[in-house]
Design a protein around this ligand. Sequence first.
Ligand code: GDP
Ligand code: GDP
Length: 436
Amino acid sequence: MNKPTVAIVGRPNVGKSTIFNRIVGERISIVEDVAGVTRDRIYSSADWLAHEFNLIDTGGIDIGDEPFLEQIRLQAEIAINEADVIIFLTNGREGVTDADEQVAKILYKTKKPVVLAVNKVDNPDMRDMIYDFYSLGFGDPYPVSGSHGLGLGDLLDAVAESFPEPGEDPIEDDVIRFSLIGRPNVGKSSLVNALLGEERVIVSDVAGTTTDAVDTSYEYEGQKYKIIDTAGMRKKGKVYENMEKYSVLRALKAIDRSDVVLIVINGEEGIREQDKRIAGYAEDAGKGVMFVVNKWDAIEKDDKTMNKFNEDIRKNFLFLDYAPIAYVSAKTKQRVTTLFDQIKVISENHSMRIQSSILNEVIEDAVARNPAPSDKGRRLRIYYVTQVAVKPPVFIVFVNEPELMHFSYERFLQNRLRESFGFEGTPIRLITRPRS
Ligand code: GDP
Ligand code: GDP
């Protein structure tokens, strides 16, 4: 769960986005085009040999109208804040430029490992181009070619060598980790304060493998919780904290580190496109999810208001029909404490394990009621179902011919599992396999 984060920095046009796309490959990602900007993706999971990590393309973080050097400076600072290892990318065809030196100057300030790469070295004859770059002071430059996919193996070996030792931030089993995700001003900070106001804060500690995020640990009715820090929650006042892409990036990172994600919606404003993307990412990442409609005090209500809101949420988040919805007010604290119980229930469902014997009884019963589909005379036969993972629960369904399992039948089986075991708030996955 605590994958290291790698950020690519460098002045414009050195090939950051090309290298990013090479490294993450054809990964399907709901994060694509997160804030509707032309650059496809700026955050994705990736892997190299046995290493899994998250990759950030800082060039895609839109700094707005700041002067050129200021933009480079901010992107480098974001890399320093968010990453465990930094890839400093330059362009071999242009040699060392003033802007490269500016980036280097900012990177000198961090103790985090920096791996220097020289891009656009498209064939071996061009390798001499790299010697210039020793002058930047980051040791051996790694020649790469984003367009031709050359040199990436050596670069990633060097990056992986610099990953922090695993186990520096052990994940305690008895702690429920959750985050509050939502657009600015929906009331995330106010909700955190309202939640913490109920119980003494036990410790605040430095999170994960990055130094900037500050998670908050506390205990409520004997259960330990950890609130995962997200951008803007503490109003640190850095220029880039208010940028939309940066806050989305922080939100995605926070989701990765959470068991349960609270999607906070401003009751006064309703649902926005960005809420849907973030929710999609949480579902995709297999996290527990609930909706929290905040500012309920500020809304004029009659007996239909809540139903109308429920319908709206269900209509906009079709794949999250299992996520509970809470209506709260951080201001008056109405129903805020009920969130603890709901988070706990979701977390339990998220890590629920079902005995195979009971599981198979439920599936047999489901098949008896609604026989499996057949196609050209061949009928799907389900032999055996077994749970292979938690967080979220994953089930393998062994069948005669996987092609005969249709989406609608899979959905039917999922619903039967939900009705029998109550997986409220957690996604569940079914994988169909041929019996060997
Ligand atoms: P960014 O602004 O740093 O993200 O740079 P881009 O990835 O958008 O690339 C800038 C330009 O350099 C594009 O026209 C790319 O096609 C080109 N480019 C990227 N990598 C290479 C490479 O390895 N070799 C060559 N010759 N061109 C490249
Ligand atoms: P964040 O950006 O999501 O962290 O939002 P904040 O917690 O900073 O809240 C944004 C604004 O909404 C502030 O002015 C809060 O006082 C206000 N606010 C937060 N929660 C509530 C609520 O439940 N009811 C009302 N009426 N206002 C709220």
